[in-house]
Write a protein that binds this ligand. Sequence first.
Ligand code: AMP
Length: 281
Amino acid sequence: MEIVTTIKEVRDRVKQWKLEGLTVGFVPTMGYLHKGHGSLIERAALENDKVVISIFVNPIQFGPKEDLSSYPRDIKRDSEISKLAGGNLIFYPENEEMYFKDFSTYVDVDGITEGLCGSKRPGHFRGVATVVIKLFNIVNAHRAYFGEKDAQQLAVINRMVRDLNIDIEIVPCPIIREKDNLAMSSRNIYLSIEEREAALVLSKALEKCRKAIENGEKSTHKLVQLMKDEIHKTTLSKVDYIEIVDSGSLGKVQEIKSSVLVALAVFIGKTRLIDNFTYNI
Ligand code: AMP
């Protein structure tokens, strides 16, 4: 697996591929890859001739009290996983390659960033949208692959691509879970054995909510309470948010009348985990 660290190297490689008439898929990540990332790379390899993976822990999307410095890294393992999944090139830049000292241009996506993670992580989506548009401009791929695990992020990227007329196809990919239904995440490595067990309350809460909706429950207030009760079955959890929003606008809804995104963020010990599902009507 070829690993390059400069913008020029990626651009040259992709330019050459395009001259040869090849299509290019792109999978942006923060590294410490797992099967969730692997599924994105595999899908990209199925749909494109070449696949570029970026591995960059983007400092501007982390808040001052978040886990930027402790975020897990293992480029050797990432390289092996990328290769096995069908990747061709890893872009692995240093911060200095991505951000000039006097960097001062940002992308703000309004509205859909107000609730969910947006309200709990101020500036997060500004950092995400900014680095993603930079990566799109650097890699210049035909398609980019994003996980539904980060549902609000996917909505932000779709909105940005639409609003700014970016010439790329965004491909959403389903959430990949462990056998016991915990959504795969690089952050799961932070969990102790006890916390790993406790973390199952996230998917259990979502499953209860889904069943209740299927059984006719329409009140989002009641559904959120149902999920809270499940989350609080362990003393190791602390709810950051539980929200049911319109799946298009991401605005809060009182009643289930159209398709909704049910999303939650929960601290298990010090580790903040997210999970969600979309209920289509
Ligand atoms: P990250 O490295 O956490 O920034 O994630 C990079 C990409 O992988 C994002 O598009 C995520 O939504 C996606 N991703 C992370 N975890 C999963 C998962 N369990 N299933 C599917 N996609 C995922």
